[in-house]
Design a protein around this ligand. Structure first.
Ligand SMILES: Nc1ncnc2c1ncn2[C@@H]1O[C@H](COP(=O)(O)OP(=O)(O)OP(=O)(O)O)[C@@H](O)[C@H]1O
Ligand SMILES: [Mg+2]
Length: 244
């Protein structure tokens, strides 16, 4: 597979909860080595898209293909083994376990690879710069370090696509800068693709190759950041007019 080839392809995906249509005929694509942002108002369906991709929720209709293979309906661990990792809007580490043991657990869950679980754990800890905190219990980490830990847990399964759900929420400007540095360096080293949900729009527009915008579960824009930033539909639904 070469950079730019289709990696993840959602085709006419629909999901309802009771009478509420949460995802509506969604077509969406992430290519190899691409960084794609997903933005939209609260409740637009962004996290639900991640839950559908990772099989936490079952879609009602449509298709989700990863490297050309249908993955809708596969169990979550199979999807992880195929190469999709994610982080959660509310961090989900094993709070009573050490940083090292959290990442090791994720490495083992990630299935068999050329590198052993131990090697993958050490590499992930190094990439997010948490080696010096490897013995710290997760509950004692700052929010910023917990987010790095979650990313390390994702990296431990050697993904070709990582789904980040608001990794910057609640962080200070300095912590955000650090997270950016870590993600950039890691992406440089590992060459994966990123699908990134974020409300910090400036960061998304700055960092992503392409940005999709959801509103009431439907895609209202999907283009390069400059185009999305001045799209009247996106301004009306989400961004608002820039100050004059
Ligand atoms: N398990 C569920 N059962 C019922 N409704 C749900 C469920 N999960 C999500 N929803 C609803 O689906 C809609 C989309 O929610 P989702 O969490 O995907 O939004 P979001 O775009 O991630 O929002 P935010 O930016 O606030 O995180 C909301 O109306 C939400 O209440
Ligand atoms: Mg969400």
């Amino acid at each position: 597979m070469a950079a730019g080839d289709p990696l993840l392809v959602l085709d006419k995906v629909n999901k309802r909860f009771g009478g509420l249509r949460v995802i509506v005929d969604l077509d969406f694509q992430v290519n190899e080595e691409e960084i794609v942002g997903m933005i939209g108002p609260n409740g637009a369906g962004k996290t639900t898209v991640f839950n559908l991709i990772t099989s936490i929720y079952k879609l009602d209709s449509g298709s989700i293909k990863f490297r050309g293979r249908e993955i809708a309906g596969l169990p979550p661990h199979k999807i992880c083994h195929l190469g999709i990792a994610r982080t959660y809007q509310l961090v989900r580490a094993f709070l009573k376990m050490s940083v090292h043991d959290n990442v090791m657990t994720a490495a083992v869950y990630g299935g068999a690879h050329e590198l052993s679980s131990k090697e993958r754990t050490l590499s992930a800890l190094e990439l997010v710069q948490l080696e010096s905190k490897r013995d710290v219990i997760a509950a004692h980490l700052t929010l910023s370090d917990r987010r790095l830990l979650e990313i390390a847990m994702g990296l431990a399964s050697m993904p070709s696509l990582i789904l980040l759900d608001e990794p910057m929420a609640g962080l200070t400007a300095t912590e955000i800068d650090n997270l950016f540095t870590v993600i950039r360096a890691t992406k440089e080293e590992r060459k994966f693709s990123i699908l990134w949900i974020e409300h910090k729009v400036d960061a998304v527009l700055d960092f992503c190759d392409r940005v999709g915008v959801l509103d009431y579960g439907a895609k209202i824009a999907d283009a390069c950041p400059d185009e999305v930033a001045c799209d009247p539909k996106v301004i009306e639904a989400y961004l608002g007019e820039p100050p004059t």
